[in-house]
Design a protein around this ligand. Sequence first.
Ligand SMILES: Nc1ncnc2c1ncn2[C@@H]1O[C@H](COP(=O)(O)OP(=O)(O)OP(=O)(O)O)[C@@H](O)[C@H]1O
Ligand SMILES: [Mg+2]
Length: 341
Amino acid sequence: MYFDIAPKMNKKDFFNYNREYLGVIEGLKRGERIIAVLGVRRVGKTSLMSVLFHEKKGINIWLDGRMIENPKKDVLTALQEGAKRKENIIIGSISTLNVSIPGIPLPSIGVEIKKPEPSLKDVKNITLFIDEAQRTGKELGDVLSYIYDRYPNVQVILSGSEIGLFEDILRENDPTSSLYGRHILKIRMRRLSPELSKMFLEEGFRQLNIRIDEVEITEVVSELDGLIGWLTYYGYEKAVRGNPRALEATLNFAIPLVAHELAKFLYNKRNRQLYISVLRSAKGLTWEEMMEEIGNVSEGNLGRVLRQLLNYGFLLKEENRYFLADPILRKALGRVNEFLR
Ligand SMILES: Nc1ncnc2c1ncn2[C@@H]1O[C@H](COP(=O)(O)OP(=O)(O)OP(=O)(O)O)[C@@H](O)[C@H]1O
Ligand SMILES: [Mg+2]
């Protein structure tokens, strides 16, 4: 069923993104060592990884980047744990929008492990999935290069926002980075087009034998755009919970959530107002147009703010033009102050 809000585990519940799915599978077959699944929030990164995690043969280990306190210790411990148990393990959880498929707590906490046991080398076909990898911290790059060099039997699939992952952690083109020169396969997930968004909703309702008004679908697609996370939430409200005002419920859920995420991000920023102005002006303007629209901002400051917003997945840059990564953000901007107090 498409309208289940937990991250998808089965290919049959996973709409579209076949090219990205096959891209990862072919990469694994070719022996790629590090594969990065990139995209903005709620585009379906965790679901793509979770489908692969549940169907891939061999030993699969899932790590939630938000749970990793000490990358060197935690990642290697998880690998060792997987090699020892010879079965799939989830450390942390596979989660989305506060809905999780629970796993086990990180085994390394309180356990002293010095070096990976040699047995790790003997186990074939281990895949390490690290969701939300950009939350792990810079040391992840060192751990990955260590695994890359030492354990050819381990392949790693990471998810995160494009800039966050590349500029902060992987830095494959930076000679000072430990991953310099090592190949990383990038799989980019983009929003659905309006046609595909419509198709997703129609098929989702069809699966549940529910007829739905064409006018409503058009309105939903124009309000929620092509982010599959919000479309799924809407479908869940409408079809599973039977809520006649499902779009309103989705917006009521999404706007404060996004406002809260933005507030958390802005909390320790000195120039919050500039961040908000930049987000307000992100409607397809170029850098120069933004400078003009915002006024009274130095190039350096605007550059830093833009990078941060791209980094954390609030903005997208396409052909030198800046857009909000999520249409809900525009509505959330008006509510962000409520969460900043
Ligand atoms: N291809 C898909 N088909 C059907 N539903 C999907 C698909 N991708 C994602 N979803 C649904 O959309 C929601 C968000 O998905 P997911 O958590 O995988 O996205 P994400 O990019 O990891 O988001 P976040 O940035 O919040 O971590 C979930 O409810 C999930 O069930
Ligand atoms: Mg996710």
